[in-house]
Design a protein around this ligand. Structure first.
Ligand SMILES: Nc1nc2c(ncn2[C@@H]2O[C@H](COP(=O)(O)OP(=O)(O)OP(=O)(O)O)[C@@H](O)[C@H]2O)c(=O)[nH]1
Ligand SMILES: [Mg+2]
Length: 431
């Protein structure tokens, strides 16, 4: 018997103390087990029951139980959800009881895997679900929701339908002799191909923002010692992530803080001040800073005096002078943003500038979200673009078939164990 036929259980909420915890059970034995551990006689689909959970005549907890009748459940199997009190002792006791009754602890993502296997969701929605659970920012949530709610599946379906139709027409033409070929039909097919190309290109273009939405941006904070770098990261983090003193060379190692700016994930890295190092620790820190500058999408250069030339090789940067609150003369310097981490003056302007430098503004929300989707669609595009009117019909049909095969692959759940393993690796137990 396949291991995916076992009845499984798992805690679906995080471990630790909480008011309520949810334990999920899925598989053919769900109902039998439920009846063994509660006094519930009659179960109605998707109806909650307040009951005492008991085993061997001993009460474990007072819980709410919800039963989902196959196939109208998340996994498509018989399912029970137990909402118990969230203490470690209760969760352990329930788990122990379920194990005793022959249930197996679910693997990470196994509930979702079963849902996919039972056609409750498709592969693209599975990825969407994983991204939704891992979403940290509003943009990540919205991108994941597009996949989960079927927006991406619909797009791929439409492309597949168009490709199938174009392929069928081309194959039908193969049987015609040249003279019998309906007039203009070939140019019409090529026109349709152009339209598909346009549609796919548009989505690939819209997806340029998907990777930054998913991975976020890295922003390094660099400059000479004592220029106010650590005070700035603390100010925008609204907590003390980095040590601040008036001793030059305070920061020796890198300090990271993730900040959500208008739904985008930005990882700020405070670094060791760039100067001739005084000791080995500082030397390592300065080396690290140089590597971070190379890896970051943008560098915030904190200036001491007018050492701008030192940073001319850094491509993407914003020049900053801090400690505006101490400034007496009101003179403004060109291309330098002035801020104070003490009063917050100028910080909003700086954050706006950071966003402008990093984020390409675009009208449309992306549909293609993962690199896997974008790569496959690029391959489809390559195939379609290689089709020329002078190609024989056999060759044209071959290329359409190849494009369709690639496009179908995006949402195919079979024979792709490796893809599934990659996807489910990101899931937690209980999902
Ligand atoms: N008045 C004023 N003082 C500031 C401001 N920002 C930083 N300082 C002070 O400047 C000194 C150095 O600040 P840090 O934030 O540690 O500077 P840093 O660039 O991280 O220095 P290193 O880690 O040594 O490279 C401290 O005494 C801070 O209190 C500011 O906006 N206004
Ligand atoms: Mg510092």
């Amino acid at each position: 018997m396949s291991k995916y036929k076992d009845t499984i259980y798992a805690l679906s909420t995080p471990t630790g103390k909480s008011a309520i915890a949810v334990i999920r059970i899925s598989g053919s034995e769900s109902l039998k087990v439920l009846k063994k551990i509660s006094s519930i006689k009659k179960t109605i689909h998707n109806k909650t029951n307040l009951t005492f959970l008991k085993f061997k005549k001993k009460i474990i907890d007072q819980v709410i139980i919800n039963y989902f009748k196959k196939p109208k459940s998340f996994t498509g199997e018989e399912m029970v959800e137990v909402y118990c009190h969230g203490s470690t002792a209760i969760i352990s006791k329930i788990s122990e009881t379920l194990e005793f009754l022959g249930l197996r602890l679910a693997e990470p993502g196994e509930f979702t895997r079963r849902s996919l296997m039972n056609d409750k969701i498709d592969l693209l929605q599975t990825e969407g679900l994983s991204d939704l659970i891992n979403a940290e920012t509003e943009k990540q949530r919205s991108l994941a929701m597009t996949s989960l709610s079927g927006g991406l599946s619909l797009f791929v379906q439409q492309i597949n339908k168009k490709l199938s139709s174009i392929l069928a027409k081309t194959e039908a033409l193969i049987d015609f002799s040249d003279e019998d070929l309906p007039k203009n039909i070939l140019s019409k097919i090529l026109e349709q191909n152009k339209n598909i190309i346009k549609r796919v290109e548009l989505e690939i273009n819209n997806a340029k923002i998907s990777k930054p939405i998913r991975d976020g941006f890295v922003v390094s904070i660099i400059g000479k010692p004592n220029t106010g770098k650590s005070s700035f990261i603390n100010h925008i983090s609204k907590r003390e992530v980095s040590i601040v003193t008036d001793i030059p060379g305070t920061t020796t190692d890198t300090v990271t803080s993730v900040i959500d700016i208008d739904g985008y994930k930005l990882t700020f890295i405070d670094t060791a001040g760039l100067r001739k190092h005084k000791n080995t620790i500082e030397e390592i820190g300065i080396k690290k800073t140089k590597n971070i500058i190379l890896k970051s999408n943008l560098s915030l250069v904190f200036l001491e005096k007018n050492e701008i030339n030192k940073y001319k090789n850094i491509e993407k940067k914003i020049l900053i002078r801090s400690k505006l609150d101490k400034k007496r003369l009101k003179t403004k310097e060109k291309n330098i943003i002035e801020i104070s981490s003490f009063t917050g003056q100028g910080v909003a302007r700086l954050l706006k500038k950071i966003k402008q430098k990093l984020i390409i503004s675009q009208k449309n929300e992306p549909i293609l979200s993962r690199e896997r989707h974008i790569n496959t669609m690029n391959k489809v595009l390559l195939e379609l673009k290689s089709i020329k009117s002078k190609d024989s019909l056999d060759i044209q049909a071959f290329k359409y078939r190849e494009a369709l095969r690639l496009s179908l692959e995006i949402n195919q759940k079979f024979d792709i164990e490796d893809i599934l393993d990659i996807i489910f690796k990101d899931f937690c137990i209980g999902k």
